[in-house]
Design a protein. Structure first.
Length: 120
Protein backbone atom coordinates (compact mmCIF):
# COMPACT_ATOMS: atom_id res chain seq x y z
CA UNK A 1 0.00 0.00 0.00
CA UNK A 2 2.90 2.36 0.68
CA UNK A 3 6.03 3.00 -1.36
CA UNK A 4 9.48 3.23 0.18
CA UNK A 5 10.90 6.68 0.70
CA UNK A 6 14.08 7.33 -1.24
CA UNK A 7 16.59 8.39 1.37
CA UNK A 8 19.69 10.36 0.52
CA UNK A 9 21.70 12.63 2.77
CA UNK A 10 22.05 16.13 1.37
CA UNK A 11 25.55 16.84 2.67
CA UNK A 12 24.70 20.49 3.40
CA UNK A 13 25.34 21.39 7.05
CA UNK A 14 23.17 24.54 6.88
CA UNK A 15 20.22 22.49 5.61
CA UNK A 16 19.24 20.59 8.74
CA UNK A 17 16.71 17.84 8.00
CA UNK A 18 13.73 17.35 10.30
CA UNK A 19 14.38 14.78 13.00
CA UNK A 20 11.80 11.98 13.02
CA UNK A 21 11.01 12.93 16.62
CA UNK A 22 10.10 16.47 15.50
CA UNK A 23 7.64 15.39 12.81
CA UNK A 24 4.06 16.51 13.44
CA UNK A 25 1.09 14.62 11.95
CA UNK A 26 -0.78 16.74 9.42
CA UNK A 27 2.18 19.08 8.85
CA UNK A 28 3.70 19.66 5.40
CA UNK A 29 7.31 18.71 4.70
CA UNK A 30 9.52 18.63 1.62
CA UNK A 31 11.54 15.67 0.38
CA UNK A 32 14.61 16.82 -1.51
CA UNK A 33 16.66 14.27 -3.42
CA UNK A 34 19.12 14.40 -6.27
CA UNK A 35 19.27 12.23 -9.38
CA UNK A 36 23.05 12.61 -9.69
CA UNK A 37 26.03 12.08 -7.38
CA UNK A 38 27.22 15.65 -7.90
CA UNK A 39 23.93 16.90 -6.42
CA UNK A 40 23.25 19.22 -9.37
CA UNK A 41 19.81 17.94 -10.41
CA UNK A 42 17.29 18.14 -7.56
CA UNK A 43 13.85 16.63 -7.19
CA UNK A 44 11.55 18.15 -4.58
CA UNK A 45 8.24 16.66 -3.47
CA UNK A 46 5.67 18.14 -1.09
CA UNK A 47 4.46 15.59 1.47
CA UNK A 48 2.21 15.48 4.52
CA UNK A 49 3.40 13.54 7.53
CA UNK A 50 0.62 11.14 8.54
CA UNK A 51 2.18 9.20 11.41
CA UNK A 52 4.44 6.53 12.83
CA UNK A 53 4.03 2.75 12.64
CA UNK A 54 0.64 2.67 10.90
CA UNK A 55 0.72 -1.03 9.97
CA UNK A 56 0.61 -3.99 12.36
CA UNK A 57 4.13 -5.10 13.18
CA UNK A 58 5.72 -1.77 12.22
CA UNK A 59 8.60 -0.55 14.29
CA UNK A 60 10.49 2.67 13.56
CA UNK A 61 8.48 3.48 10.41
CA UNK A 62 7.38 6.97 9.32
CA UNK A 63 4.55 7.55 6.85
CA UNK A 64 3.92 10.40 4.42
CA UNK A 65 1.21 11.12 1.85
CA UNK A 66 1.33 13.13 -1.34
CA UNK A 67 -0.09 16.64 -0.87
CA UNK A 68 -2.67 16.39 -3.66
CA UNK A 69 -4.58 13.39 -2.32
CA UNK A 70 -4.30 14.68 1.24
CA UNK A 71 -5.96 17.94 0.21
CA UNK A 72 -8.72 15.90 -1.47
CA UNK A 73 -9.45 14.22 1.87
CA UNK A 74 -8.04 10.76 1.18
CA UNK A 75 -6.50 9.26 4.30
CA UNK A 76 -4.33 6.21 4.84
CA UNK A 77 -7.01 4.02 6.37
CA UNK A 78 -9.69 4.84 3.78
CA UNK A 79 -7.41 4.95 0.71
CA UNK A 80 -8.65 2.52 -1.91
CA UNK A 81 -6.72 0.78 -4.66
CA UNK A 82 -8.48 2.98 -7.26
CA UNK A 83 -7.27 6.11 -5.48
CA UNK A 84 -4.37 8.01 -6.98
CA UNK A 85 -3.10 8.68 -3.47
CA UNK A 86 0.55 7.89 -2.82
CA UNK A 87 1.65 6.84 0.63
CA UNK A 88 5.35 6.62 1.34
CA UNK A 89 7.01 4.77 4.20
CA UNK A 90 10.57 4.93 5.44
CA UNK A 91 12.73 4.32 8.45
CA UNK A 92 12.65 6.95 11.18
CA UNK A 93 16.46 6.60 11.28
CA UNK A 94 16.89 7.55 7.60
CA UNK A 95 14.92 10.74 7.08
CA UNK A 96 17.86 12.95 6.07
CA UNK A 97 16.03 14.11 2.94
CA UNK A 98 12.94 15.48 4.77
CA UNK A 99 12.96 19.22 5.42
CA UNK A 100 10.81 22.13 6.49
CA UNK A 101 10.18 24.62 3.70
CA UNK A 102 12.98 26.97 4.77
CA UNK A 103 15.56 24.18 5.10
CA UNK A 104 14.51 22.74 1.70
CA UNK A 105 15.26 26.17 0.24
CA UNK A 106 18.72 25.97 1.82
CA UNK A 107 19.30 22.65 0.04
CA UNK A 108 18.19 24.15 -3.27
CA UNK A 109 20.35 27.25 -2.74
CA UNK A 110 23.34 24.97 -2.11
CA UNK A 111 22.50 23.22 -5.36
CA UNK A 112 22.34 26.57 -7.15
CA UNK A 113 25.82 27.46 -5.90
CA UNK A 114 27.21 24.10 -7.06
CA UNK A 115 25.58 24.56 -10.48
CA UNK A 116 27.31 27.94 -10.93
CA UNK A 117 30.64 26.14 -10.79
CA UNK A 118 29.73 23.25 -13.09
CA UNK A 119 27.99 23.15 -16.46
CA UNK A 120 24.92 20.93 -16.25
Amino acid sequence: MAESLHEQSQGNPSAEPVSSTELQPGEIYFAVNFVDNEMLIPIMETLVFIGWNLEPGDSGKIYFQDIESHREGVDYLSGSKDSLARFLVGSENNSGHIFTYERALDVLLGCSLRRRNVKV
